[in-house]
Design a protein around this ligand. Structure first.
Ligand code: HEM
Length: 370
């Protein structure tokens, strides 16, 4: 296909999608702010009024340095591989609890609803300090937000308002009685006044809740689905659980849980590999396509858990490289290890319901996996 293709145009500005691995890395590397290199593409949205209160505004994903650097620094220590590694015993416990509940269920179990979805939610809820019992509310809000095609959609507005009110109440509670959690820490930072504004506080928590809800579920579900569909690979993992991290990396590449990057805007007219991208144009990277680029990956459309040098871009690249990557990798590894030891004969039950991909822009995951 066309590696840089126009999606639509409002007459003045165009939107573009890029699909090749090298182009995707180049786009995501910018703004690199490497000495002497100019800023070409920006993550900062051009069409929102900065003064309005909006829980989606000022997310670190949507801003450039120096704001991006400041926001990322506030939460980075909580997501470093070393800090995340300490969560291992607790993640194992959560996985065991969910598997026990699945064993006791009299009806058929669903790998998404009963396992892949709750596991990362409980983990991120505990890190943030939001009650895991409220996860159905978060699921609904999160789903409305990622499915909405239009911010004026009444359902979207109702759910955003409910989400905002919920967070306001939670912030009040934590302010009165601080706990040893990320929400309390960020409220304190906001109160100190220099590092985090009120709007940024909301946006940060919303981003972490949504990222924690909508991504790792897909990693677990998609990797298991790929294994079910490739019995030779599945047998290898069952025989040797040290191959699980390789299966997770291949799951990330083969069925990338996040299909596209967020938007980048051209800060000047740019000749991007022969295509003129005009100042103000909007451009997104197809991560899924880059991860199947034949010029980068040998036998790109084969699912191979023993693939060497699997340099996929499933977690993005550059300054916005996924903050949660160490957490997602650890959750994925534990989830598969525990699942395969508890249910060594697990198989897909295609008679109940054929698995269906969710129709959500940006994300790739299954609705259910019976
Ligand atoms: C950024 C993918 C899990 C938090 C990103 C980006 C990708 C991505 C592709 C970069 C987007 C861009 O440049 O436009 C994934 C995948 C995950 C996952 C595939 C699971 C398999 C998580 C989790 C969290 C998280 C569990 C946290 C709870 C973030 C944050 C950013 C981000 C905060 C923005 C980083 C920045 O702007 O500096 N993720 N993510 N992600 N992710 Fe993840």
């Amino acid at each position: 296909g066309q590696p840089i293709f126009p999606m639509n145009s409002d007459g003045t500005n165009h939107s573009w999608m890029i699909t090749k691995y090298d182009h995707v890395k180049e786009l995501l590397k910018s703004p690199s702010f490497i000495k002497d290199q100019s800023k070409l593409f920006s993550s900062a949205s051009k069409d929102t009024e900065k003064d309005d209160f909006n829980i989606f505004q000022n997310m670190m994903l949507d801003v450039d340095p120096p704001d991006h650097t400041r926001l990322r620094k506030l939460v980075q220590p909580y997501f470093n591989p070393k800090t995340i590694k300490q969560l291992e015993p607790r993640i194992c416990e959560i996985a065991d609890d969910l598997l026990n509940q699945m064993k006791q269920k009299e009806t058929k179990v669903d790998l998404i609803d009963d396992y892949a979805f709750p596991l990362p939610i409980i983990v991120i809820s505990e890190m943030l300090g939001v009650p895991a019992e409220d996860r159905d509310k978060f699921r609904q809000w999160s789903n409305t937000i990622v499915s909405a095609s239009n911010e004026m959609d009444p359902d979207f507005m109702v759910d955003v308002e409910a989400f905002t009110t919920y967070l306001t109440e939670l912030f009040e509670q934590r302010k009165a009685e601080p706990q040893d959690d990320l929400v309390s820490h960020l409220i304190q930072t906001e109160e100190d006044g220099e590092q985090l504004t009120r709007n940024e506080l909301y946006s940060m928590i919303v981003l972490l809740i949504i990222a924690g809800h909508e991504t790792t579920v897909n990693l677990i579900g998609n990797t298991m689905f790929a294994l079910f569909k490739h019995p030779d690979q599945f047998e290898k993992v069952k025989d040797d659980c040290t191959l699980i991290p390789g299966a997770i990396e291949e799951g990330l590449r083969y069925y990338s849980p996040v299909d596209f990057s967020t938007a980048r805007w051209a800060d000047e007219d740019i000749d991007f590999h022969g295509q003129l991208i005009r100042r103000g144009d909007f451009i997104v990277a197809s991560i899924s396509s880059a991860n199947r680029d034949e010029e980068k990956f040998e036998r790109a459309s084969q699912f191979d858990i023993t693939r060497e040098r699997n340099a996929h871009v499933a977690f993005g690249f550059g300054i916005h490289f996924c903050l949660g990557a160490p957490l997602a990798r650890l959750e994925g590894k534990i989830a598969l290890e525990k699942l395969l030891t508890t249910f060594p004969d697990i198989d897909l039950n295609l008679d109940v319901n054929p698995p269906e991909w969710r129709s959500v822009f940006l994300l790739r995951g299954l609705d259910s996996l019976p």
